[in-house]
Design a protein around this ligand. Structure first.
Ligand SMILES: Nc1nc2c(c(=O)[nH]1)N[C@H]1C(S)=C(S)[C@@H](COP(=O)(O)O)O[C@H]1N2
Ligand SMILES: [Mo]
Length: 222
């Protein structure tokens, strides 16, 4: 895959982006409370939904498994680059988790299958200076995490949901699933994971959204 494949595409819905920027400026939906995830299941200010909403920039890249590549690079001893067969040959794991979007909806009990980030990191061997992660998707979207958040035991690069391939609209062939942070931290159509010494804020993080995004601390904006 070439770098040009991951430029932010021109057709993104500017109006939608502006609206979400304005929500950040206005502090929309903030309840000013926090919650303890060991005692409550729904984070503050969230509403439970049954369907699975679709949220993105309005560009849903059509990434065939033939074209698919996943790279893990940057501050690692061993750079990784997988094609579809290589990725699917990695050890697989399953998890059931809740997801929480900053636009207020939460959805319980989503079963994902994929490769844990722990497995990927074990193969790549982060250098001691690596402290942050920047991820890039086929639609040009980026988001950032601490290496610690990325490496947590319940984080995976998922290819299936409820036993079937993740659909294009939900980020297939593969997306990150990181249930402990707001869902904008879980990039769809994932293609590049880069380990860094310095933090590199992503698409929403430079547009008024919180750098960490913990729903239990209601870290919506920042
Ligand atoms: N590549 C990419 N990933 C993305 C986004 C995006 O615009 N592009 N939107 C994020 C946001 S804001 C949310 S809430 C979730 C939505 O995932 P879903 O559409 O599967 O519900 O994807 C996140 N990952
Ligand atoms: Mo979101």
């Amino acid at each position: 895959m070439d770098q040009e494949d991951v430029k932010l595409e021109g057709q993104i819905r500017e109006k939608l982006v502006r609206t979400k920027e304005r929500w950040a400026e206005e502090g929309r939906l903030l309840t000013g409370t926090t919650a303890d995830p060991t005692r409550e299941r729904l984070p503050p200010g969230q509403t439970l939904v049954k369907d699975w909403p679709v949220l993105d920039l309005g560009v849903q890249p059509d990434v065939s498994t033939a074209k698919f590549r996943l790279r893990l690079e940057g501050l690692v001893e061993n750079r990784l680059a997988f094609d579809w067969e290589g990725f699917m040959a990695l050890p697989q794991t399953d998890m059931v988790c809740d997801i929480h979007c900053v636009t207020q909806w939460s959805r319980y009990d989503n079963r994902f299958t994929g490769v844990s980030t722990a497995t990927l990191l074990e193969l790549a061997r982060p250098r001691p200076e690596a402290r942050f992660v920047s991820m890039t998707s086929y639609d040009g979207y980026t988001t950032n995490l601490t290496l610690e958040a990325f490496a947590a035991a319940d984080v995976m690069v998922a290819h299936s949901w409820e036993g079937a391939p993740i659909t294009r609209q939900h980020g297939g062939p593969v997306r990150l699933v990181l249930p402990r942070l707001y869902f904008w931290k879980s990039p769809k159509w994932l293609t590049r994971i880069e380990l860094l010494a310095e933090d590199r804020p992503g698409f929403w993080e430079v547009r008024g959204y919180h750098n960490q995004g913990d729903p239990w601390l209601e870290e919506r904006y920042g």
